[in-house]
Design a protein around this ligand. Structure first.
Ligand code: SF4
Length: 164
């Protein structure tokens, strides 16, 4: 059965910017785990950022714009961390290619992993539709990216591909 790329924080790894996790307690995730299908990834850590780290948001656009160098990822204090986010996105794509992965389940709202919603760049908590840098890079590479709320949809694709 094909492997699935999963945000490490959804698996309970304490890799988030504040040093915590975002554990997803779901029977499908547990089944994937038992079947040995999961490949964990934290693009921000892969990109060289520490734990904990100051929160960052995309400004001037969303994931694809960052990859096209017309938008940036910045910390609240203005420090530009775009390069680390792009490195992390590239690492996620490399991991997906290495394992022949075509489905990813990523944590929504993250400037890396968000796949349906992200923060608007103003550090005000306002959410907008869009995707983060790693999610955009994975989609460009042909990976179907789902948020944790879409795990049933992701599983349906995994199952259908596994039966082919
Ligand atoms: Fe989780 Fe992705 Fe943020 Fe890493 S970059 S902490 S995997 S949401």
């Amino acid at each position: 059965m094909a492997k699935i790329l999963v945000s490490a924080c959804l698996l309970g790894e304490k890799v988030r910017y504040h040093g915590g996790e975002a554990t997803l307690d779901h029977p499908i995730l547990e089944r994937w785990r038992q079947e040995g299908l999961i490949v964990p990834v934290c693009p921000e850590v892969e990109g060289g950022l520490p734990i904990p780290r100051p929160p960052a948001e995309m400004q001037g656009g969303r994931g694809n714009d960052v990859l096209h160098k017309v938008a940036f990822v910045r910390r609240r204090d203005g420090v530009d961390v775009t390069a680390a986010f792009v490195r992390g996105a590239e690492a996620a794509v490399a991991l997906a290619r290495e394992h022949g992965i075509t489905v990813a389940l990523l944590k929504d709202l993250s400037p890396s992993c968000g796949s349906t919603m992200v923060y608007d760049g103003g550090f005000s908590g306002r959410r907008i539709s869009g995707e983060g840098v790693a999610a955009a890079a994975l989609r460009r590479a042909g990976v179907r990216v789902f948020s944790e709320k879409q795990i049933e949809e992701a599983d349906a694709i995994v199952e259908s591909r596994g039966k082919r």
